[in-house]
Design a protein around this ligand. Structure first.
Ligand code: ADP
Ligand code: F6P
Length: 324
């Protein structure tokens, strides 16, 4: 017989993402509306092991949906990667009566949830990362805000780059994935978009491209470089030496992870948090919430972690075609 969940714990883990608060708020309010008690766990698995746990009421999530970051705070926790740490985490959940857990974060967070599920805590993962690099879902909470923040920053760099007739390399986040770079590259009308999934160190091609564009009358050259390739500062130095054009590198960094979430991130965060509670109420465990092909679906965590996701060949080819 499926176990009936009485108390739902909620945590955010790994890198924060705008919209996490909407997901927390949805978990708290949907769970309470479904007759469950909710315990907020601060600082991810770190806070679980440190027992930073408190009961949450619907008022504890008031005034949070429009805020960036996560009101539960987040952390990375080495200790939870060990079997002892995981057993201790499950023991602490049981001690606090937490029989269901919603873990909001990326792939690493899913792996932690998977371990807790194997130790008898019903767990559900909710995808939240600005990187969009979770294979089981078409959307991850935080991506839309991050690309809009980066896009606005890149527009500003473009203004000054044009005035000075410079070349600018702008590095965006994404860990090993190029989604932020691709989307900003297209949206900002970049001349070159470098993503780790496609990059073969063709720097000479970029240099030729810059020289040709200058001959064609382009006054600036914007290169969006993904963090997964990196080395923007040394690349700028080499490009300046080879082209004779003033070249500057700008690394956007953590500003991309902050700020008030867009409507999309608040909406997806709300739906995904509520869906996770519904899954727990139905007795599900070791599942992840996903948005795929326009529908809300869920997968087994093991299956989700084994999935692959690739940059669309079509979208990449269009990004190239539009940069001429
Ligand atoms: P994200 O969830 O954004 O991918 P991380 O990869 O940093 O972020 O993972 C967040 C946390 O999840 C880690 O600090 C760790 O506590 C936990 N975690 C990651 N991988 C595992 C694993 N294999 N087993 C148990 N816990 C893990
Ligand atoms: O996963 C989100 C992310 O912002 C990545 O894009 C980046 O590589 C990483 O986290 C940075 O992590 P930290 O905040 O630990 O510097």
């Amino acid at each position: 017989m499926e176990k009936e969940i009485r108390t739902i714990g909620v945590l955010t883990s790994g890198g924060d993402a705008p919209g996490m608060n909407a997901a927390i708020r949805a978990v708290v309010r949907k769970a309470i509306a479904s007759g469950k008690k909710v315990m907020g766990i601060e600082k991810g698995y770190r806070g679980l092991l440190d027992e930073e746990i408190y009961e949450m009421s619907p008022r504890d999530v008031s005034d949070s949906i429009q805020r960036g970051g996560t009101i539960l705070r987040t952390a990375r926790c080495e200790e939870f990667m060990t079997e002892e740490g995981q057993k201790e985490g499950a023991k602490i959940c049981k001690k606090h009566g937490i029989d269901g857990l919603v873990a909001i974060g990326g792939d690493g967070t899913y792996r932690g949830a998977q371990k807790l599920a194997s130790l008898g805590i019903n767990t559900i993962g909710v995808p939240a990362t600005i990187d969009l690099d979770i294979s089981s879902t078409d959307y991850t909470i935080g991506f839309d805000t991050a690309v809009n923040t980066a896009m606005q920053a890149i527009d500003k760099v473009r203004d000054t780059s044009s005035s000075h007739e410079r070349c600018s390399i702008i590095e965006v986040m994404g860990r090993n994935a190029g989604y932020i770079a691709l989307w900003c590259g297209v949206a900002n009308g970049a001349e070159d978009i470098l993503i780790p999934e496609k990059y073969g160190f063709e720097e000479q091609e970029i240099i030729n491209n810059i020289i040709n564009n200058r001959k064609k009358g382009k006054t600036h050259h914007i290169i969006i470089n993904a963090e997964g390739i990196g080395h923007s500062t040394s690349m700028a130095r080499r490009i300046e030496a080879a082209t004779g054009l003033e070249t500057r590198a700008t690394i956007l960094g953590h500003m991309q992870r902050g700020g008030s979430p867009t409507c999309r991130d608040r909406y997806y965060g709300s739906m995904m948090g509520a869906y996770a509670v519904d899954l727990l109420c139905d007795g599900a465990t070791n599942r992840v919430v996903s948005f795929r092909n326009g529908e809300w679906v869920d997968f087994d965590i093991d299956e989700a972690l084994a999935m692959e996701k690739h940059i669309s060949e079509y979208e990449y080819s269009i990004s190239k075609a539009l940069a001429i």
